[in-house]
Design a protein around this ligand. Structure first.
Ligand SMILES: Nc1ncnc2c1ncn2[C@@H]1O[C@H](COP(=O)(O)OP(=O)(O)O)[C@@H](O)[C@H]1O
Ligand SMILES: C[C@@](O)(CCOP(=O)(O)O)CC(=O)O
Ligand SMILES: [Mg+2]
Length: 388
């Protein structure tokens, strides 16, 4: 049997980085997905067979004989207690890294090794060393701030947990072939995906895997998640500057700045917390006429502008991000970076009354800089499954 799972990417409307240090943040799922499909193969004689990971978009395939996995991981290769996800110990991570190194990734793709390590950890912890094949495809740019690492961890954890019989989909959703899951199952997927994010990010807050698992728009603060019922649709243009960066390094950089200036950075994080709190209550207001919608959008824009200023203060803006801010401001549009920054993606709030003509002009101007624009639906589905 083949299990096909999908999990969405996300945008962070307010609060990235500060959320790692305990502030509130607001994030929403977008309709760009990572798909993981899984086929289990019958165990060969004497434990033969292999685990194959096929990264389709990258045209890369990796395989490990089950016997090699067992030899390298020993006890850790035994199926874990599925209901209680365990973290990957540093010894286990070192053994997994050696298994990944066997494949000698090209220098230009070395950033993939963290994703492959997360994949091997999740596979062997959830299914043990059973032979099987995982195929991953994604609509998301990798390492650009749209949560590809979380969508990868969530779709993979969900597919593996379904194959292990630990979770079960609840039937077709809204007449589509995609099936949704109940609260307890989603919680388990989220907990396992968080372990995968830890391998990729080092110190994730958990917001990306949470919004990818549950979908919708959420306010997230360590230990708590509130589902936001958006009063009116929020329209955003996403611009990928195509400047590559790495979330783990950027998160570590902010933490270093915080340890050099603890009081000052605590005030910055506190200000971001207020921005996220205010933004989340404005999002939930239902505005009924054009004047009310405009006033709501003006408040959102101002909060995004303030958040961008504080992100610059944390040291995570970039000249390419500043170029997007200037280009959109010419059309009176407000933008902020989204995700870890340092390049990657920028959000631009699109007011309800903005004409398509102006939107096309802004997009064309951004594309002239070599950037790539995405028009996305905000606040959609989370983790879902489709049976093959
Ligand atoms: N489809 C995928 N296949 C393999 N690894 C992936 C995939 N998507 C994400 N990753 C891993 O996640 C990393 C990018 O995560 P990160 O730096 O957090 O940026 P973001 O989550 O914003 O895309 C990649 O370098 C890779 O290790
Ligand atoms: C910077 C941060 O707030 C979000 C990172 O998102 P992304 O990996 O850049 O998509 C880190 C986190 O919350 O774990
Ligand atoms: Mg990430």
């Amino acid at each position: 049997m083949e299990v096909r799972a999908r999990a969405p990417g996300k945008i962070i409307l307010a609060g990235e980085h500060a959320v790692v240090h305990g502030s509130a943040a607001v994030a929403a799922a977008i309709d760009l997905y990572t798909h993981s499909s899984l086929q289990l193969h019958p165990a060969g004689e004497g434990g033969a067979g292999e685990v194959v990971v096929d990264l389709r978009d990258l045209d890369l395939s990796f395989s490990w004989p089950c016997s090699r996995l067992r030899e390298a991981l020993g006890e850790s290769c035994r199926k874990a207690e599925l209901q209680a996800p365990r973290p990957c110990s540093s010894e286990e991570l070192a053994s997994i890294a050696k298994l990944v190194e066997l494949h000698e990734l090209p220098e230009a793709k070395i950033w993939l090794s963290a994703g492959l390590s997360a994949c091997l950890f999740l596979y062997t912890s959830i299914l043990g060393c059973r032979p099987g094949k995982v195929v991953v495809t994604s609509d998301l740019p990798m390492g650009a701030g749209l949560g590809s690492s979380a969508a990868f961890s969530v779709s993979l954890s969900g597919a593996l947990l379904t194959a292990a019989g630990a979770i079960c989909a609840e039937g077709a959703n809204c007449g589509t072939e995609w099936e949704s899951f109940g609260k307890d199952d989603l919680e388990l997927v989220n907990l396992w995906a968080f372990q995968g994010e830890k391998i990729i990010h080092g110190k994730p807050s958990g917001i990306d895997n949470a919004v990818s698992t549950y979908g919708s728009m959420i306010k997230f603060k360590k230990g708590g998640l509130t589902n936001l019922k958006s009063g009116n649709p929020v329209k955003m243009l996403i611009t990928d500057t195509r400047v590559g960066r790495n979330t783990k390094a950027l998160v570590a950089g902010v933490s270093e700045r915080a340890s050099r200036h603890p009081d000052t950075m605590a005030s910055v994080f506190n200000a971001v917390n207020s921005i996220s709190e205010e933004l989340s209550s404005i999002v939930e207001l239902a505005a009924n006429d054009e004047i009310a919608i405009t006033s709501k959008e003006e408040k959102l824009a101002e909060l995004m502008e303030m958040n961008q200023g504080l992100l610059k203060c944390m040291g995570v803006s970039h000249s390419s991000i500043e170029t997007v801010l200037r280009a959109t401001l010419k059309y009176n549009l407000v933008s902020k970076l989204t995700g870890a920054g340092g390049g990657g993606c920028v959000l631009t709030l699109i007011p309800n009354i903005l004409s398509n003509l102006v939107l096309e002009k802004v997009t064309a101007e951004l594309e002239l800089h070599g950037f790539r624009c995405f028009k996305v639906q905000v606040g959609g589905q989370g983790f879902q499954l489709c049976r093959g």
